[in-house]
Design a protein around this ligand. Structure first.
Ligand code: NDP
Length: 287
C-alpha cells in the first residue's frame, strides 16, 4: 500500500496493531518511549523513529496506542504544530469525556480525529472476533477503512468522539454483570460437589441462548410500552426462590439481590403485571 502510517506506543496492543500494518504492506513508522520495542517490527520491515516528532512527521496518518489519556497529552501536546493537517486515530482507552476532550484538542490544532475503543486482546488483532468501535471524524473513518479493517471488525457510531468509548464501557458493563451471574451460579452448585467446569459446560450454551432475548427486550423498550403481550411479567420474575436456594447453599445473595431490587422497585410502583424489560426504568432513574 502507498499509505504511510505511524504508530505511537508499542506496548502489547500497539505492537499488535503495528504488526498487522507491516504484514499488510503499509509503510509503517513506529515509536515507543522506551527504546528497543520496535526491534521486532523493524525486522519485519517497519521503520523505527527516534522521537515521537520524527514519527509524526513521517506519515499523514498517526495511530496513538498509549497507556491512557494523560500519556496521549504528554506525547502529543508538544507536537501540535507537527500534527496540524494530519490525521490522528487514537485507540488508547479513554473515557467518553476524555475522548471528547481530545477531539476538541485536535480540532484546535487542525488535526482530523477519530477515536477508537478496542474490543479485543492483542493476540486477537487481525483475527476473527476482534472488534474496534470508532467515533469522531466520518471522513477519517471512511478514508482509512481498509487499514482499520485489518485489525478487526470496524464499527462507526457517529461524529461524537465520546460515543465509541461509551459503547465500549456499556458493553463491558454487560460483560462484567454476566460474569458475576456465572460466578453466582457456580458458587450455588459448588456445595453440591459440582465443579466450576461442570457448571460452565451447562452455563455456556444456556447463556448463549439467552442472548437471543436482547432484541425482544429492545423492541419493547424502544416501543415504549411494557404492557405488550407475550412478555414474562415482573411479578413472575420475583427471584425469591432463587434467593432462598442461594441462602440455603450458604452463599452470598448480593448478585441476585441487585437484580431483585430493580424488579421490586417497579412492582412497588404498580407495574408488576408489566414485562421484565421494565427494570431498565429502575436503572434509568436511580432510586
Ligand atoms: P502496555 O502497558 O503494554 O503499553 C503501554 C504503552 O504506553 C507502552 O508503549 C508505554 O511505553 C506507553 N506509555 C505509557 N505511558 C506513557 C507516557 N507517559 N509517554 C509515552 N508513552 C507512554 O499497554 P497495552 O499496549 O496493552 O495497551 C495500550 C492501550 O490499549 C491502553 O489504553 C489499553 O487500555 C488499550 N487496550 C489494551 C488491551 C489489551 O488487552 N492489552 C485491550 C483493549 C484496549 P513504555 O514502553 O515506554 O512504557
Amino acid at each position: 500500500s502507498s499509505v504511510q502510517v505511524s504508530v505511537l506506543g508499542l506496548g502489547a496492543m500497539g505492537s499488535a496493531l503495528a504488526g498487522a500494518l507491516v504484514k499488510a504492506g503499509y509503510a509503517t513508522t513506529c515509536w515507543n518511549r522506551s527504546p528497543g520495542k520496535a526491534d521486532g517490527l523493524v525486522a519485519q520491515g517497519a521503520k523505527a523513529a527516534d522521537t515521537a516528532g520524527d514519527a509524526v512527521r513521517a506519515s499523514r496518518l498517526v495511530i496513538a496506542c498509549l497507556l491512557d489519556h494523560a500519556s496521549v497529552h504528554e506525547v502529543l501536546d508538544p507536537l501540535s504544530d507537527e500534527l496540524a493537517g494530519r490525521t490522528l486515530v487514537n485507540v488508547t482507552t479513554t473515557s467518553p469525556a476524555q475522548s471528547r476532550e481530545l477531539a476538541d484538542w485536535a480540532a484546535q490544532a487542525g488535526v482530523a480525529y477519530l477515536d477508537g475503543g478496542i474490543m479485543a486482546v492483542p493476540h486477537m488483532i487481525g483475527q476473527p472476533g476482534a472488534s474496534i468501535l470508532y467515533s469522531g471524524s466520518a471522513d477519517v473513518f471512511h478514508q482509512y477503512r481498509p487499514l482499520l479493517d485489518l485489525w478487526g471488525t470496524s464499527t462507526y457510531f457517529g461524529e461524537d468522539a465520546g460515543l465509541a468509548s461509551l459503547y465500549d464501557l456499556a458493553l463491558l458493563a454487560g460483560m462484567y454483570v454476566m460474569f458475576a451471574g456465572f460466578m453466582h451460579g457456580a458458587a450455588m452448585v459448588a456445595p453440591a460437589g459440582v465443579t466450576a467446569g461442570e457448571f460452565a459446560a451447562e452455563a455456556t450454551p444456556w447463556l448463549t441462548a439467552m442472548t437471543g432475548a436482547f432484541q425482544g427486550f429492545a423492541a419493547v423498550i424502544d416501543g415504549g410500552d411494557y404492557t405488550v403481550e407475550g412478555q414474562q411479567s415482573l411479578q413472575f420474575s420475583s427471584l425469591s426462590d432463587l434467593l432462598a436456594a442461594s441462602s440455603d447453599q450458604g452463599i452470598s445473595t448480593e448478585v441476585v439481590t441487585m437484580v431483585q431490587r430493580l424488579i421490586q422497585r417497579q412492582i412497588d410502583a404498580g407495574h408488576g403485571e408489566e414485562g421484565f424489560a421494565r427494570i431498565i426504568e429502575s436503572i434509568k432513574q436511580p432510586g
